[in-house]
Ligand binder design. Sequence first.
Ligand code: NAP
Length: 313
Amino acid sequence: MNLTAENHRIPLSDGNSIPLLGLGTYADPQKTPKGSCLEAVKIAIDAGYRHIDGAFVYFNEHEVGQAIREKIAEGKIKREDIFYCGKLWNTCHPPELVRPTLEKTLKILQLDYVDLYIIELPMAFKPGDALYPRDENGKFIYHETDLCATWEAMEACKDAGLAKSIGVSNFNRRQLEMIMNKPGLKYKPVSNQVECHPYFTQPKLLEFCRQHDIVIVGYSPLGTSRDESWVNVSSPPLLKDPLLNAIGKKYNKTAAQIALRFNIQRGVVVIPKSFNPQRIRENFQIFDFSLTEKEMKEIEALNKNVRYVELLM
Ligand code: NAP
């Protein structure tokens, strides 16, 4: 694939397209100073990013929206240049909650539409104010919903123009098939956002999604922030990997840039999170070199089939 910074979008099955590189915006709200996300998104847009990945449960969507609106007001970008992905949280799966939840996100962002709206996880929690509802024993309170009915409500959001495209996240093959085989399906998911990097390369899911024109968006493409409260840190740090570092030396690139390039070169969208100006810019410098077929194969062979993000819920 001949990728350049200017030409780094890939088509989606509904006729839209998605930039291969986006800025992830999840940062622990307890440990992250207010305004960091706002600054990061503005720096990213200046550096050339056009795709921003966010979610209501990241608690900084208002900062993402403000950054986008400020850059539009400055004349740096137009709304249609930006690709924003928002997510439907687990407590909002009942079909009647889907549109109001997206409308809430749009109000927070102060935007008229999102470019992509995805079901964040395939299982539902009890609806209500608690985003992580637990019983008296500390166990999550789940909620019976029909994912296909949730999907129909997502389709209605697309028809209403509130989301240009709709997709899913953390879905396995069975869950994708359930949606795709739904009687009366109007739109299939354009994308599936899942963990994907050289230590968790997702060969089977990637092949399945390729066959069905579903783009994989790889989260934690640098191996996460290694925050022990939600990351399995027994798997070694990705960016210390000797092969990624050795290949990086050859191209005068960092292990992070090699890990990102590996994915985009095989058509996997990457959404590295950084709130550090230098690393935001570094992560964008992946369109001016390419890995050989042999290097791609060697990196593929690093797969350990172990997740950093175990999603034990
Ligand atoms: P990640 O992007 O793999 O890694 C982020 C960590 O790497 C941060 O600690 C960041 O620190 C650091 N970093 C960034 N660039 C670097 C570089 N060039 N060199 C060295 N370190 C670097 O992890 P992630 O945040 O888990 O995943 C990315 C995004 O995916 C999230 O922000 C979120 O948008 C999305 N996500 C979605 C789901 C889902 O269930 N759908 C789950 C997890 C994540 P600094 O900020 O200090 O640079």
